[in-house]
Design a protein around this ligand. Structure first.
Ligand SMILES: *[C@@H]1O[C@H](CO)[C@@H](O)[C@H](O)[C@H]1NC(C)=O
Ligand SMILES: *[C@@H]1O[C@H](CO)[C@@H](O)[C@H](O)[C@H]1NC(C)=O
Ligand SMILES: *[C@@H]1O[C@H](CO)[C@@H](O)[C@H](O)[C@H]1NC(C)=O
Ligand SMILES: *[C@@H]1O[C@H](CO)[C@@H](O)[C@H](O)[C@H]1NC(C)=O
Ligand SMILES: *[C@@H]1O[C@H](CO)[C@@H](O)[C@H](O)[C@H]1NC(C)=O
Ligand SMILES: *[C@@H]1O[C@H](CO)[C@@H](O)[C@H](O)[C@H]1NC(C)=O
Length: 651
């Protein structure tokens, strides 16, 4: 393709140029696109090729759009005027721009123009109009929309509109997509959107709408009402089909499950961060209920949701979620009921949720979890974190034939085989991720995970847990990440040489005094030993680690400066990073006092001179051996250490 670039120098007039250097503009013209953005322009340049299709005048200082300034560019398709200070538009200025399809007037001062109550005149072919960020009040948008027959995309994002009136969109009947995000809308007049037969996307998020009654936009596909003050959402009672696919009601104050279209195709429903106490619907039934006449009490279930794939009910106040609720949700793939007040969660054959892949019930008050046979057959990810689960059906997870990831943190479970009410975590052939931190686990028994090909195992923050020597057996080929942080471990009897794929081992915040975990080579790339009681690291351990190690945390250990030459050499190696080097210190004896220094500050002389008294005693005790022999040995040792300590340590 032959792409030629012209640089067009524009000089408005020599005099103007002299007086106002900003007028000197340097628009870049590439084929039919002219880029005049960021040039401090106060006027529209008038020497550009008249056939240009795209004119970018954004980020300048334009104030007035007048006929004479745009007259010569009638071929324009796309006019970008955002981020100027436009406050006046000459009525009719766009009338003859019959090719203009995209008009971006965002971030100007069109509220000044709106106050004049003058119509801009026809926008004969504009498809997309952006009026966002103009401080427009209610009715002001009307002056742009009265004669916009081709308009499909309209953005009024970030203005000050409080009310959508019945006739606001009268002159723009082709609208498909309206963005009213971030205004202060409190009222929508009946009929405002109904006549827009092509309307498919409506964004009313971040406004002050307090409720929707008789929702009747049959043609709408996406409705965003998140971050309003809605207390209820009710659809009109109708047997007609609704096209609605996505409904976002997140962050409102909704008390009852919304009354959704009876015949719906809803795919996505977000009701998170509301005040739902149950999944019963509100509506006329409530009045009956309020009469407290139990014989007339009618419970109104929600509508069928046969296509729903995503349902977010997190951060509400649900106390129960009857299994029958899922009677119609055959397509549901993601269900989030985290952060509610559920005490039990049951999946029964009447709502088997057999398409569900992700279930999040974390941070409730679950004491009970019950799954009937042949339910949740597609479930891959189960979040149960932060509940009170203590006793579960021991084989509950083996009822989940597709389970891949189990998040069981912050419960009070115990692992089988152990005495009472344990849960079995072995023989789950699809399980790869298992999180068991903060469960007050007392033990991890032998072969606890055999037959479950875990890639990640997190057993952190179970202080006092006893890990059997064979606890991890069966995981030798699968285990990649093992977290044992904060377990008060004094020792660990595992030979990690057998774990040929182990990449990351976290042993931080324990009480390990020694580390002998490798009989041969280690595959570990990241090792965390922070906050233990390690004084020395055996040379055999260091040499086992040497081949694969890339990252090592050793801070907050009482390391010895002088008994750790292998470790210190490892820390200096290229390719081994020590992210906590600032906290990595060691101790050496100076003037019969223990002194702490950074491991990166250790020099041969710290270990060279043995304290005077000690030396004297040594001399007395070892008198027989003779001074010459002794000093020869010291000299040799120090010589080899000096070699090791000379380079700095990289973090
Ligand atoms: C814009 O037009 C107004 C009058 O409509 C005038 O007072 C003002 O000076 C004009 N501004 C520029 C930059 O031409
Ligand atoms: C209309 O708006 C949508 C969403 O803002 C956008 O993705 C699409 O590109 C727009 N269409 C046109 C023609 O500007
Ligand atoms: C808007 O259109 C409706 C019919 O489509 C009409 O009844 C009404 O008068 C119009 N309003 C204005 C202000 O043009
Ligand atoms: C609804 O609007 C909010 C706020 O703008 C946004 O974060 C959210 O993603 C939107 N929802 C959907 C479903 O697009
Ligand atoms: C919801 O409806 C069921 C009957 O389907 C009823 O038993 C239950 O009490 C209702 N819950 C609330 C909180 O109104
Ligand atoms: C469920 O919702 C909570 C809160 O909105 C969120 O943090 C969490 O990531 C969601 N869970 C899933 C599986 O998406």
């Amino acid at each position: 393709m032959d792409v030629r670039v012209w640089i067009v120098m524009l000089m408005v007039a020599p005099v103007a140029l002299f007086r106002r250097p900003a007028e000197l503009s340097l628009c870049q013209v590439l084929q039919k696109d002219a880029d005049c953005s960021h040039l401090n322009l106060r006027n529209i340049p008038n020497h550009l090729p008249s056939g240009i299709h795209t004119l970018d005048l954004s980020q300048n200082h334009l104030q007035n759009l007048t006929d004479d300034s745009l007259l010569s560019y009638t071929a324009i398709h796309h006019l970008k005027l955002h981020s100027n200070q436009i406050e006046f538009i000459q009525p009719g200025v766009f009338r003859d721009m019959s090719h203009l399809r995209v008009l971006d007037l965002s971030r100007n001062s069109l509220d000044v123009y709106g106050a004049l109550k003058t119509h801009v005149g026809p926008l004969p072919s504009v498809h997309s109009l952006d009026l966002s960020g103009n401080g427009l009040f209610t009715h002001m948008s009307d002056y742009f929309l009265r004669d916009a027959p081709a308009l499909t995309n309209l953005s009024l994002n970030g203005n000050s509109i409080t009310k959508i009136c019945r006739d606001t969109f009268n002159g723009s009947q082709a609208l498909q997509n309206i963005d009213l995000h971030n205004n202060v809308i409190i009222e929508i007049e009946e009929g405002a959107f109904e006549s827009l037969t092509d309307l498919s996307e409506l964004d009313l998020s971040v406004n002050s709408v307090s409720c929707i009654v008789d929702f009747n936009l049959f043609q709408l596909k996406t409705l965003n009402l998140s971050k309003n003050s809605m207390s209820s959402f009710q659809t009109i009672d109708s047997d007609r089909d609704f096209e609605l696919l996505d409904l976002d009601l997140r962050e409102n104050k909704i008390l009852d499950f919304p009354v959704l279209p009876r015949k719906n195709r809803l795919v996505y429903l977000d009701l998170s961060r509301n005040l739902l106490r149950s999944v019963n619907c509100s509506g006329p039934v409530d009045e009956l209920e309020n009469q407290k006449d139990s014989s007339r009490r009618v419970s109104k279930q929600h509508q069928d949701l046969p296509r729903l794939m995503y349902l977010d009910l997190s951060y509400n106040q649900l106390k129960s979620l009857p299994s029958s609720f899922f009677g119609s949700t055959d397509a549901l793939e993601t269900l989030n009921v985290s952060n509610n007040c559920l005490q039990s969660f049951r999946v029964m054959a009447d709502g088997p949720l057999n398409s569900l892949r992700t279930l999040d019930v974390s941070f409730n008050n679950l004491q009970d979890l019950e799954l009937e046979e042949k339910t949740l057959t597609a479930l891959e990810v189960l979040h149960l974190r932060g509940n009170s689960l203590r006793v579960l059906d021991g084989n509950i997870f083996s009822k989940l034939p597709s389970i891949h990831s189990l998040h069981l943190q912050q419960n009070r479970l115990s692992i089988c085989p152990s005495a009472d009410g344990c849960v079995s975590l072995s023989s789950l052939p699809t399980l790869r991720y298992l999180y068991l931190s903060e469960n007050t686990l007392s033990s991890v028994p032998r072969e606890a995970f055999r037959g479950s090909p875990l890639l990640i195992l997190d057993l952190s923050l179970n202080p006092g847990v006893e890990i059997d020597a064979g606890a991890l057996s069966g995981l030798e080929t699968s285990l990649g990440w093992l977290y044992l942080r904060g377990n008060e471990l004094r020792a660990l009897a595992v030979d990690f040489t057998l774990f040929s794929n182990l990449k990351s081992l976290d042993l931080s915040v324990n009480r390990l005094t020694a580390l002998s975990l490798w009989s041969g080579d280690s595959s570990v790339e990241s090792l965390n030993l922070q906050s233990n009681s390690l004084v020395t690291l055996a040379p055999a351990t260091v040499s086992a680690l040497q081949k694969a190690l890339k990252t090592l945390y050793v801070g907050s250990n009482p390391l010895s400066c002088c008994g750790n030459s292998h470790l210190l050499t490892l820390l200096q190696r290229d390719g081994v990073s020590v992210p906590d080097i600032a906290a990595a210190t060691c101790w050496y004896s100076k003037d019969s006092r223990n002194t702490e220094i950074s491991v990166s500050a250790v020099r041969a002389e710290h270990c060279a001179s043995v304290d005077g008294n000690v030396l004297l005693i040594s001399v007395l005790v070892l008198l027989v051996l003779g001074l010459t022999v002794l000093s020869t040995v010291i000299f040799k040792v120090c010589h080899s250490r000096r070699h090791a300590f000379n380079r700095g340590i990289r973090a």
